[in-house]
Ligand binder design. Structure first.
Ligand SMILES: [Mn+2]
Length: 444
């Protein structure tokens, strides 16, 4: 997998060089307490190396890869364990040449070509290089990283299947009276039990109205009976990030109103999955899903059914309830690289698509999330109320009734774009009856 990634790199850098500095080991502020190390994704993509303080130099003219490893001694062995031999590291990472980091300047002096680099990762101090540099490696690698090969898809299936187990376990064990962070623990217990060491981002475990904060990470409230609960979380398998969201009742079953809105979001989720295929623009998938959300809101009475659906769609009425985009690229980062580039620009004028994390046309090999949502966000609703063009489409009394029982909703799956459509990666249960069955187990 990594040798193939390097081949792909050599094609785009031609006879030039590329230099990458891996993630560096770090401690909490002014202490000697280690921060768990997580490799920088581009470095991992090209080397497969998961350890800190390495450098890598790629020579496009010879298609050679030199790995520079830290020179670690007895002091390191005392605190951190056995130091891998040079032979072992050669076997693990398969570089053309292997050198120590302190030999870099001497080795680099032999090269003269233009060097593509990444200089703008805040946590990684820059390196002085003896080459003429071009800071475009981030963009070059992003164009490669958006297309996943079969081995990367396998890693993603594994990451997703562990995350699916963690979600099902949480849904089968969460009870009223627990803290939101206990839900985080139920989820983490399962992915750790299955060998995934890291969450792919700060888990969002939000009860009731807290789930209308899109990136809620406080997770400190007591979960109350009768609320809805939103779990948005993922894990990493060798840096491959899964990312799912499920919304479920704190009680054994959704109330009628809770279930009505759940089914609206579920229909929008399924529409997104149905529309995602090669050749289709991501914003059309987003808008298609958003229209289903609008139709559901009309049927449920939150949006005025007597006025034109087309007009409401154009006006972005559904975006009052789901302001965010339908999803994002997924891979070695949760919000993965490659959403935009110098040709694919954001559209900030259309309220429906201004928060899209990509505007690409879908192609085979991409992995994205599909995550429609429905939230009651005071600021959004107040702004709509103050705008006569929008206010007439909304039934604020009905919205107030729903808000008494319903927090925010999101249903997120991870999809892989195939030749003809998309494959939904393993995910937790999402049909109402399946959710109710798991919730029942929680109270046995
Ligand atoms: Mn996501």
């Amino acid at each position: 997998m990594f040798a193939q990634h390097r081949e792909n790199l050599y094609k785009v850098i031609d006879n030039d060089l590329a230099f990458l500095k891996g993630g560096v080991s770090a401690c909490w502020y002014d202490t000697d307490t280690d921060i768990k190390f997580r490799q920088e994704s581009n470095f991992y993509y090209l080397t497969g190396c998961l350890e800190p303080d390495y450098l890598a130099l790629f020579d496009g003219s010879k298609k050679e890869f030199t790995l520079f490893v830290p020179r670690l001694g007895a002091e390191h062995e005392l605190w951190c364990g056995k130091v891998l031999s040079i032979e072992k590291q050669k076997e693990l990472y398969n570089p053309t040449h292997i050198k120590y980091v302190d030999e870099f300047d001497q080795v680099a002096a032999n090269y003269k070509a233009l060097c593509h680099v990444i200089l703008d990762i805040p946590q990684i101090p820059n390196q002085t290089l003896p080459f003429e540099q071009k800071n475009d490696l981030h963009a070059l690698l992003a164009e490669l990283r958006i297309f996943k090969d079969e081995k990367e898809v396998e890693e993603m299936r594994l990451s997703c299947s562990i995350n699916a187990k963690a979600f099902n376990y949480t849904m089968g064990h969460l009870k009223a009276g627990m803290l939101e962070c206990e839900a985080e623990a139920l989820h983490a217990y399962t992915y750790l039990k299955n060998g995934a060491r890291f969450p792919s981002f700060c888990s969002i475990t939000a009860s009731g109205a807290n789930s209308s904060t899109l990136h809620f990470v406080d997770n400190s409230h007591v979960i109350q009976a009768g609320q809805t609960f939103l779990l948005d979380a993922g894990c990493e398998v060798r840096n491959t990030c899964s990312d799912h969201t499920r919304t479920f009742p704190v009680n054994e079953k959704f109330t009628q109103k809770q279930e009505t809105l759940y089914r609206v979001v579920l229909a929008a989720n399924k529409k997104g999955i149905e529309l995602a295929k090669p050749g289709v623009k991501w914003e059309d998938v987003h808008l298609g899903s958003l229209r289903v959300l609008l139709q559901g809101l009309r049927e449920a009475g939150l949006v005025n059914k007597n006025l034109s659906e087309d007009e409401q769609h154009e006006l972005g009425i559904a975006s009052i309830f789901q302001p965010h985009g339908l999803g994002h690229m997924l891979g070695l980062n949760t919000h993965d690289v490659g959403g935009y580039n110098s040709e694919i620009k954001k559209n900030t004028s259309d309220v429906r698509i201004k928060y899209l994390r990509t505007r690409r046309t879908l192609q085979e090999g991409m992995i994205l999330t599909i995550e429609p949502g429905l939230y009651f966000i005071d600021g959004m609703l107040e702004a709509a109320k103050a705008d006569p063009n929008k206010a007439k489409h909304l039934n604020f009394e009905v919205i107030a009734e729903y808000r008494k029982e319903c927090g925010g909703y999101r249903i997120e799956d991870d999809i892989y774009i195939t030749k003809t459509g998309c494959e939904v990666m393993p995910g937790a249960v999402k049909e109402v009856e399946e959710i109710h069955a798991l919730r029942k187990l929680a109270y046995i």
